[in-house]
Design a protein around this ligand. Sequence first.
Ligand code: SF4
Length: 474
Amino acid sequence: MPDFHIEHFGCRAARADGEAIAASLRALRESQPFAEEVVVVNTCSVTAEADRAARAYIRRTHRRNPSAKIVVTGCYAQRAPRELAAMSGVAAVVGNSHKALAPQIVRALAQPDVPSSCPPPALLPVASLLASAARQPASGVVPAPIWTDDRFAHSFLEDQPWTHLPLAPGEQTRPNLKIQEGCGNRCTFCVIPLTRGPSQSLSFDAVMRGIHSFVAAGGQELVLSGINLGRWGADFDPSARQSLAGLVRGILERTALPRLRLSSIEPMDWSAELISLLRAFGGLRLARHAHLPLQSGSDAVLRRMHRRYRPWHYAEKVHQLLRALGPDLTLGADVMVGFPGETDEEFQQTLAFVREIPFGYLHLFPFSPRPGTPGWELHQAAPVKPAVVGERISALRALAAEKSAAHRRQFLGRTLQAITLHTPPALGQDGFTASLTENFLPVALRGRFAANQLLPVRITGLDDGHQLSAVPCA
Ligand code: SF4
């Protein structure tokens, strides 16, 4: 029986989009079996490597199953639709601007006999297109139809009445609820404003509906996510403007959600009200986990990145969070290495800054020049040698490991709340269950437990790989 498969690439928000498309396709398939095999490739384009990985997956899929209809969506489809439309096996390219229509477009391909309501293909001028060299279609390939434009009128999947939000603990024990799309900032290295458009927020009522349905389905932990989550509510009419803190308070006061986790929030969007909610509910129903993208600890580099803070603003935010939650808070950050023109001295400033902050983990990224961004031009003028980038990443990785171990070590002998997750076979065979504490520490829990249970656990060990182990508390 022909069916569909969806392959996810990229960030939490992209995964949330992909899960919403998959849930809608499952519902469509229930109403009418698919007549054609469809593979949806939900792409990322944050780095050149992400583009390469998506193209490789498309080629592999077409080689393995030449009759499968490949639908490409996501940020790469928005940034360079013609490149993808020219590839063998690609049947449709749906940019983020039209992502909400993806289920209907897939349906039209999978159920060709069912009258389709999806609009005709539309490739209207897209600024980022100008920057990317269109690849020539493989010989004999008729470019696929493209749904992409700069208006992003159909980009917010979660906000569409026909979209089934997959909010039940299933494949993902801790699913994302993506409540914000797009970004109005203009960090010079970032392609996302081009590929996801202006900031848009899911309505308060739609968020509450999603959470109530998750709780009703037995959900324990939900992750609020977005492209620039801290901007939720800022795009509402001035008379109806709301804040992320207001939404979080609404969720904690008006729903029975056992545990809420906030994903990445820009440093200056950690408002005093949001921090006070962490102080009041942290460790109970609000996870003591804060992810603040740093990118660099050098003021000069932050200025060239057009980031909206200076190193000392970032440090002050961290101190406000630590005053509210103490050392049990797990603090995480993204750090970029090799931004154009980054000198040894500037990199040493980043190392010194990171050394001063009690991070529990770091996500490290080498700078990747993206077409259509100012960073692309800066890179042409002052690239950092790949070997130097490699050395700097290694130095930061060593520091990050040191800090992670120090952070985890302080919990030995302590009791923390944890949620049980789907356990990898190898860990299960050893008699453990994969778990995550409320303050974002992965723990190997002795015993076999079904996923999606909230349990008190006592931390008993930290191995050489910095893996924590625990036993369930009676
Ligand atoms: S805040 Fe900056 S890095 Fe983040 S999505 Fe917006 S432009 Fe990109």
